[in-house]
Design a protein around this ligand. Structure first.
Ligand code: HEC
Length: 504
């Protein structure tokens, strides 16, 4: 008789506990329905503050549940003994706390993507209820000396599954839905059925033909701002990843006043001192670089257009150098890399200039071939009649020039400075011109040159070493110049792949 009393009272205690836990499950399940959707203004600050601890606490049930799973596996293989009942109770208990904090967070911060947040909350509560039930079952299984353990293990696996789904949604909320897969290698993306990774700056096409917004502004904002202002996460109720919404702003109203950068809330925010609470991006996030701020202000000042092209906007030197810093990827207009085929550099602007100039220099200006948009120019029919002013007329088409014969023209050092724009040049003849060492700096920048003819010019020995930057050079004609044998030797050493021709 004496033995049954404690066991009976233990059973009574278990029944009580079961009823209590079932009540908690029912209450938790009903809570969201009882409170309704989040209100516009959110909760009291204290509630918001408390809610912020959700992301901290939620790692407890996750960690403990993983421990329980490992423990049960070891038990199943006879590698370990003892009940995971207490640990499961802890997992369930901390899950209840995490859920309550999560509910506070959800109602306190209405700017999360409503649908995703709702699903995360539903799954999180489902996990918590399941974890509580799993714990209850374990209590009864232990009381029955292990009978029905399979129910416990089944529920345990179920809890782990729901927990995984809930935490994935949670991670998407905090980091954006592409957080995990953003940098996934191509085969993994394929396996998951994701589209191939697209870089923000389109790889092909003439980027000078792209709207400034798309080519320059959006990539900056994407790198520094989208993470908190996107479809899933709209801090300040502000979404920046779409043009209309970018202008519209959030809680504070319009973020951008087209044509007036200083009046634009967005500009005010990025120009606040970094330690100001309202500074964007917030503390701890990579700040905008000075040239990025310059570009954003310039674009807004120029009307914040969605589709204005670079050519249609005016830019001062500061903006131009800022543009150069965002790289050819976004710009492509002024600076064409020499190794890029000239065909890519060919814009409509150059094409129409070619048509015009072919009238002026009949037979002198030509396309390199039918399939190429590279240009060739020969002054062979003009000779001394061709001078600095004529080269200036060719300026708009110089970037597309691959071959130029300017020998025996009246070109001077002054005029030849323009040749710096002919960055696609592979072959250049300047023989029998009045050019001197002063032009070597210009020539040294034409790093795509494969053939350079300076025959019969005044260029002399130490200065000619400036040409060592022309590492693509295969032929260099220096016959009847002032370059001496020692100079040739030195040059030859620096340009091993180049044949230096000193005579016929
Ligand atoms: C780490 C998250 C985060 C990043 C990154 C971030 N913001 Fe914010 N932003 C917020 C939060 C939170 C708010 C709302 C609180 C506030 O108004 O300061 C906000 C509000 C704003 C607002 C006010 C919106 C309104 O109408 O209330 C602007 C404008 C803004 N951000 C611009 C930017 C810009 C521009 C960048 C990129 C340079 C940026 N943000 C990057 C978190 C971020």
């Amino acid at each position: 008789m004496t033995a049954t009393t404690p066991s009976r009272s233990r059973t009574a205690w278990r029944i009580l506990l079961t009823l209590a836990v079932l009540a908690v499950i029912a209450a938790l399940g009903a809570l969201p329905t009882l409170i309704g959707p989040p209100s516009e203004n959110g909760l009291l600050d204290l509630a918001k503050f408390t809610g912020r601890f959700h992301p901290v606490v939620l790692h407890l049930p996750i960690g403990i549940l993983v421990w329980v799973l490992v423990h049960e596996c070891l038990v199943a293989f006879g590698l370990r003994q003892g009940s995971s009942r207490t640990a499961m109770g802890l997992a369930a208990g901390t899950a209840v706390i995490a859920s309550l904090l999560g509910i506070l967070l959800y109602y306190g911060i209405p700017e999360y993507d409503a649908k995703l947040a709702q699903r995360h909350m539903d799954r999180g509560i489902a996990f918590t209820c399941l974890a509580l039930a799993t714990w209850l079952v374990k209590i009864w299984v232990d009381a029955a000396a292990g009978r029905g353990a399979f129910i416990y293990r089944g529920l345990l696996l179920g809890s782990a599954g729901v927990m995984t789904a809930a935490s994935h949604d949670g991670a998407s909320l905090t980091h954006g839905s592409t957080y995990l897969t953003e940098y996934a290698p191509a085969p993994v993306r394929k396996l998951l059925g994701l589209p191939e990774k697209s870089s923000t700056a389109p790889e092909s096409g003439d980027s000078a033909m792209q709207p400034v917004y798309q080519a320059v502004i959006a990539p900056i904002l994407e790198a520094k701002c989208y993470q908190c202002h996107n479809a899933d996460r709209q801090r300040g109720k502000y979404r920046m990843d779409q043009y209309d919404l970018l202008l519209a702003g959030g809680n504070d109203g319009a973020a951008i006043v087209p044509g007036d950068a200083a009046a634009s809330n967005l500009v005010k925010r990025i120009e606040l001192p970094e330690e100001d609470e309202l500074h964007m991006p917030p503390e701890g996030k990579k700040d905008l670089a000075a040239h990025e701020v310059t570009l954003i202000k310039w674009w807004i000042g120029q009307g914040a257009s969605a589709d204005a092209l670079l050519d249609s906007l005016t830019a001062d030197d500061e903006v131009l150098s800022a543009l150069a810093m965002v790289g050819d990827a976004a710009l492509g207009a002024a600076k064409e890399k020499p190794e890029k085929p000239a065909s890519q550099a060919m814009s409509n602007e150059i094409k129409s200039a070619v048509e015009r100039l072919r009238g002026e220099f009949p037979a002198a200006l030509n396309y390199e071939s039918q399939s190429s948009s590279g240009l060739t120019f020969t002054a062979a029919g003009l000779r001394a009649a061709f001078g600095d002013a004529d080269l200036a007329k060719l300026e708009p088409v110089l970037p597309a020039m691959v071959s130029m014969d300017l020998s025996a023209t009246s070109l001077t050092d002054d005029g030849a400075k323009l040749l710096a724009k002919a960055t696609s040049l592979k072959s250049l003849r300047l023989s029998e011109t009045a050019l001197t060492e002063a032009s070597l700096d210009t020539l040294a920048r034409l790093t795509g040159l494969e053939s350079l003819n300076l025959y019969g010019t005044q260029i002399g020995s130490p200065a000619v070493l400036k040409l060592t930057s022309l590492q693509q050079l295969k032929k260099l004609y220096l016959w009847r110049t002032q370059v001496d044998a020692a100079g040739v030797l030195q040059l030859q050493e620096k340009l091993p792949g180049c044949e230096i021709i000193m005579g016929l």
